[in-house]
Design a protein around this ligand. Sequence first.
Ligand code: ADP
Ligand code: ZN
Ligand code: ZN
Length: 819
Amino acid sequence: MPRLFVDIAVPVAVDQLFTYNVPDVLQSQIKVGVRVTAPFGKKTVIGFVVNIPKTTHVLRLKDIHDILDSEPIISEEMIKLTKWVSEYYLAPWSEVLKAALPQRSLSGSKKTISLKTDLEVAFLKTSGAPKQTQVVNLLVQKRELSASYIQKTMKIKSVHSLLNELVQKEIISVEEKLSTGSKPKYEKVILIDERAKQIWNEWLNKPDNQNNKRLAKQIQVLKYLVESPNGVTLPLTKAIKESKSSLSSVSTLAIQGLVTITKQEIKRSITYELHESKQQNIVLNEYQQNAFTHINNAICENKFHSFLLHGITGSGKTQIYIETIKSALSKGKSAIVLVPEISLTPQIVARFQFHFGEKVAVFHSRMSAGERYDSWRLAKRGDSSIVIGPRSAIFAPLKNIGLIIVDEEQESSYKQFDKTPRYHARDVAVMRAMENNAVVVLGSATPSIESYHNAQSGKYKLIELPERVDNAQLPEIEIVDMLIERQKKFETFRAERKAEFEKDAVAARALKRKLYIGSISDVLKEKIEDRLSRKEGVILLQNRRGFSAFVECYNCGHIEMCEHCNVTLTYHSTKKHLRCHYCGYVKAPPDVCPKCLSIQLNYKGFGTQRIEDELQKMFPSASIVRMDLDTTSVKGSHNKILSQFALGEFDILLGTQMVAKGLDFSRVTLVGVICADTQMLLPDFRAAERTFQLLTQVAGRAGRSSSLKGEVVIQTYQPNHYCMKHVVDHDFVSFYNEEIKNRKDLNYPPYSRIALIEIKGKNENEVSRHALKIHQLLIAQSRQLKILGPAEAAISKINNYYRWYILIKDLKTKDPSGK
Ligand code: ADP
Ligand code: ZN
Ligand code: ZN
């Protein structure tokens, strides 16, 4: 036999493929896209075959041990895509593959083996292949075996490929389960025979049947089955329970051949509730129709097309996603829908499930390994033709992709920044669409500056939806200057306690401290009162959880900090403790200042808990619900809060940015932003963009019905920030024009590319020393790049790791390849 080599991607942190020899016995089974086991140093690892090279220069090749899969688990398309991701984002290929496949595909899977044919056939088919016969012999002794048992008993390395041979001969069946123990779940279902329906009519006409008790029970089941909607498979236990019959009656029917009882796989999918049902009989309006036509024509062309769908909040973008997916499916194609984070957008998932039912596979970051495995396999098998999920869903194993949608394309959660591969799912989406001659639609009410820039330059085709559907009007937005508000409150307070203030300076200062300004302006208070009296919904945004942002000593200015991170600790009133939002460190709040022993400690800043307290005191009869990381840690709690709010069980929904996105409740007529400044002041060139997006989005939650007008109140200490004006005017394009000018002046993206190198470690000196060294190396290597830093990160320590940054700017004018 000629020699055969494979290049495999191995899950180690080196950006390199490793070449192995394929022993003769395994040659017939080797394919690109299968997993193999191979010796690596002293260990055995699982790797992916990504290439079968004709020759190799590597000397002294080792042999692979075994082949795990009889069919490739990675398609050719996915090999190409992951290779691109690996090269573009400088990540080892195997790490990209790991991110693209369900968890633990690299730690191997457990296989349960059982005989599929008669013993005689099995022996006949394996005659002349002693190892195969040996497996059959083992299966005679025990009906089910694990692959590892066979491996140990037979003392062979390549058990999987041996089993694959048996699978191909249809002698055994292999059920794969992941090491988490998540194997497919089955349930018994009843299928009704056509003949049963005829017999049913006959039975009905024979009155004496009703008196026979045993028959009566059978009739009950039959009635139940006949009356169930067509095409629905009925779980056995449910059918028995609901028809009030028994297993024996069903069995009798089965013996008569009127029904069949079989096993069917249970999907561990979660279904989302639709909180408001305005889904039926939607006719696209003129703008929507135009958008649909453009996208649909593109799908029909079977060529790559990219669109930026810029539609204001409530303009019916989701409806266009639904209609265009219908069109793609009707042409036998599949679709991927990326959403920022499923747990934050249950409503959109519910709408897809409403329209597409079982065809939708939901990928979810809070899914268990089992659920994830199910969705992945169903998609791979072609049972689901739509995958909806967060960023990693872009790697869904769908075939024949016709349409990829990226909803809220500006969302930062599409970028994986905390672990390799550090990819941006929106950009991968565009690449994947290109590879598949498919259509990609990036949708947003507030597109990212980069995407809008791409639309302006013609790279994406721009489609606009400038109006809300159903004649609903955009809400009116009012800005409240909190500095003036504070001044006002202070003046009132001073007037009320004039005598005390005039006594002496010390007393006046002490008194001033007692003044509690609160976080809700008079304007906002009035409007909330108004909605409460009219039973309309209120959404309030405060983008910080906990009670107070920090605890400060009046006397010496000491602030309670985390021991492990360079950040202030947040006070949580429900648990009565201080907590670090970066590492989770918790401690009791001090009674006295640890530095000067003063007892005058001040809880400063407002978190959602504190606002909740304040609201409850201000509006004692209102029912308020808080939605933030602390109240939604339990699975399903998020959805529950939203359903209750939709039904009007709560008057006020208060929360972090969780309340800003995707919510579509027509009863909400007032949106309040407690403090718009939290994001604006971050040292990030995208701070203004993010603020504009957040405020526009949350404002978009108000006034989503044609009958009730919406209002928005934004409280800020920066009323003159340029972003505010454009938010009030609902004018994305003006904001874009101003922002893009700033980007150009300062050479920020899209006029440059930026890469951030983080150097971190537990020894402060070592970290800074390495940062300096890397900086020098970079400078020496490249004259084209602009290298900034090294500098301590804004949060210089997280979880005991010191952090330094180096920023690399690649000016596109100097780098002709930078498109
Ligand atoms: P967006 O995604 O732009 O915020 P949606 O697609 O969620 O907008 O539409 C907002 C609401 O209007 C939804 O409840 C949706 O069902 C409804 N809707 C969408 N298109 C139409 C239409 N043409 N006629 C009536 N209602 C519509
Ligand atoms: Zn102090
Ligand atoms: Zn910490």
